[in-house]
Design a protein around this ligand. Structure first.
Ligand SMILES: [Zn+2]
Length: 653
């Protein structure tokens, strides 16, 4: 592995003394190449101090994949001058010791920067034998040079933080931590929910393919912006973007591609080697269970001679007619939206057995397609990097245009799985105790749904018993019998009101047993997060933690009723959500629970419900509780880690 300690590589020039006007060579700062930073990679071949010619070779360890990436800082620039940067990749070897094609290291234009933050392109380089020569006018000080504008794990985290600061729908999360101890940053727009259209985009399974991270960043930047079509997409979908998958190799300046025993994009088996692949698989499966995935995109950079963006598609014979038609429709949209300067002209290539007979199953897009039961569009986008046009701005533009094409594709699309809320009638089984049956929560939910804009029919059944827990329901068996009758869209699980706070291990032991039964009949599990006792408000932290953890583990949904109660009590202390015993709900308390279920299960805004639908709750109170329910469900859904209580919704100005 390349050494991680500071390396300063400097080859002093012992040329003849400089002209009299210059200070003596010995007292002048000498040009020096540094690679001791995240993503740094360069090996100095020679430095001609007087002529300002710096000759370097990519420095990545071939055991960590193709040694084509380079990035370094040059210090000791004592005056404004012309520098000649020669990237000499002629002697490179791959991990097996075979000669490595130098052209992978030689883009038409390099990227350079004064401060390592603001980058621009050089002029076109001059190609030599296995080398490229870039000429740059610089001012005194230091300058950075790289294969392309660097984009590391740290860049991704900072970029996502900035995006989240200006777009409330953008939720940063950490996909996983790598063996190198680094975070893999990711961002999600919108909530996974039954009936929500899901999109998964990841970049940089091959560390050297820096351009694909800029495409991902362009997509995220557009998504977070004011464009009406971006806002529409955010509303309708749940989109996750991982800008850098192979964070470790990116950090040490290695290429990643063909890293033995196999690289990230051949790691999509049941037992992945790489933490980010394992975490992505888990996340994708959880998204499929929560709402479904319609579009999966793996972003790459292609070979040097590929001069326009193109897509790898699965073989035609592996797709149903309907699925193939979806691919064609998506590609047609791409032709319409991706207009350049990097223009999509309709080119595709086939992945699958013809592309890699041995490993095709274990490639990202193949795995995604298999995981999503074949109704999904799962493709690899290859964006060129070798041309003069491949500036950061143009790569980001590809990302934006990709977003527009996704919006166009999903505009009229409904979930292939026909989730419950798109039907007219919904079947729900409630399993719980008095927190469910006092004031008849199931019936109140049906009343609200019937009064709402969609006039939805909710038919319910229940297995309820005073003080009962999930453990008790499991052991007694009637709950499982009811689940097995089948026909449910959702099964709601409510544990005994103290158990998730006082004995969370019991919730975590029995919820999965019931969930497994629910899954067998094709229904979705929804946890009913209950509220803290009146005399013990902090109890909600433990309750919400247990329910969200268990739901995340199972890929189930949570109706965050307890968090809505907390927010309502904080804002309106005068409002009584409790019955006289300080434990059970008043009609207003049950009304709030019903609104939270309405928002969670149907995915619609409870503030659109007529406030007079439930007689026991005054209209003014109903309006307030509807708003609390909407804001709580939005905030809860926007916390993809699921491990922290979302912030309580703030009162609207
Ligand atoms: Zn690749």
């Amino acid at each position: 592995m390349r050494s991680l300690f500071a390396v300063v590589l400097c080859v002093a020039s012992f040329a003849a003394l400089s002209p009299a006007a210059d200070p003596p060579a010995a007292s002048r700062p000498a040009l020096a190449v540094h690679n001791d930073f995240e993503g740094g990679s360069a090996k100095v071949l020679s430095i001609d101090q007087d002529a300002g010619v710096v000759r370097v070779q990519p420095g990545g360890d071939p055991k960590l994949g193709w040694p084509c990436w380079w990035s370094f800082k040059l210090t000791g620039i004592d005056r404004a001058r012309t520098l000649t940067i020669v990237i000499d990749a002629s002697g490179l070897k791959d991990h097996a010791g075979k000669p490595f094609d130098p052209s992978w290291a030689l883009p038409a234009r390099a990227a350079w920067s004064r401060d390592g933050r603001t980058w621009r392109q050089t002029a076109d380089g001059k190609a030599g034998k296995g080398s490229m020569t870039y000429t740059v006018e610089v001012e005194a000080g230091e300058a950075h040079f790289a294969w392309a504008e660097p984009f590391t794990g740290t860049t991704a985290a900072e970029f996502i933080r900035q995006v989240a600061a200006r777009c409330k729908d953008a939720q940063p999360f950490v996909l996983c931590r790598t063996p190198g101890g680094r975070d893999v940053p990711a961002v999600r727009f919108g909530q996974p929910a039954p009936g929500k259209l899901g999109v998964w985009v990841q970049a940089r399974q091959h560390a050297w393919e820096c351009g694909s991270s800029h495409v991902a960043a362009g997509l995220v930047h557009w998504l977070a912006g004011d464009d009406e079509r971006a806002a529409a997409l955010r509303r309708r979908t749940c989109i996750t973007v991982v800008p850098v998958m192979d964070v470790d190799n990116v950090a040490v300046g290695a290429g990643g591609k063909n890293q033995p025993p196999h690289d990230h994009n051949r790691d999509w088996s049941d037992k992945p080697l790489y933490a980010s692949v394992a975490a992505a698989q888990k996340e994708i499966l959880s998204l499929i269970r929560q709402g479904g995935l319609e579009v999966c995109l793996d972003l790459h950079n292609p070979g040097k001679n590929d001069r326009e963006p193109f897509f790898f598609l699965p073989p035609r014979e592996q797709c149903s007619d309907a699925n193939w038609a979806d691919y064609q429709r998506f590609l047609a949209g791409l032709r319409q939206e991706m207009v350049g300067p990097l223009t999509y002209k309709g080119r595709t290539r086939e992945s699958g057995p013809k592309y890699d007979p041995k490993m095709w199953r274990f490639m990202g897009a193949s795995w995604m397609r298999q995981a999503t039961d074949g109704h999904t569009v799962a493709m690899t986008l290859e964006t060129p990097w070798s041309l003069s046009e491949c500036s950061t701005d143009n790569l980001r533009r590809v990302g934006r245009e990709l977003g527009l094409a996704i919006e166009l594709y999903l505009r009229d699309r409904r979930c292939a799985a026909q989730p419950a809320w798109e039907k007219d009638t919904m079947q729900i089984l409630f399993i719980g105790n008095s927190y469910t049956y006092v004031n008849d929560l199931p019936r109140m939910l049906s009343t609200l749904a019937a009064a709402g804009p969609r006039k939805l029919r909710i038919q319910t059944d229940r297995q309820v018993e005073g003080g009962q827990s999930l453990m008790g329901h499991w052991n007694k068996g009637q709950a499982v019998e009811k689940i097995r009758k089948g026909g449910w869209d959702f099964v709601v699980l409510q544990d005994q009101s103290l158990t998730p706070a006082m004995r969370p291990q019991l919730t975590k032991e029995y919820a999965p047993k019931l969930d497994a039964e629910i899954r067998k009949v094709g229904a979705t599990t929804v946890f009913y997060m209950t509220w803290a006792r009146k005399k013990d408000p902090p109890m909600i932290d433990k309750l919400s933690r247990t329910y969200t953890e268990v739901a995340r583990e199972l890929g189930a949904a949570v109706a965050p009723v307890g968090l809505a109660w907390k927010a309502a009590i904080e804002q309106r202390a005068d409002l009584e959500l409790f019955a006289a015993d300080g434990s059970h709900p008043s009609p207003a308390g049950t009304y709030l629970a019903a609104c939270v279920f309405y928002a969670t299960l149907i995915g619609e805004d409870p503030t659109k419900l007529p406030p007079g639908a439930v007689k026991a709750v005054p209209a003014e109170t109903a309006r307030f509780l509807q708003t609390i329910a909407r804001d709580t469900v939005t905030a809860q859904a926007a916390a993809p880690s699921g491990l922290d209580s979302p912030p309580a919704p703030q009162p609207r100005k």
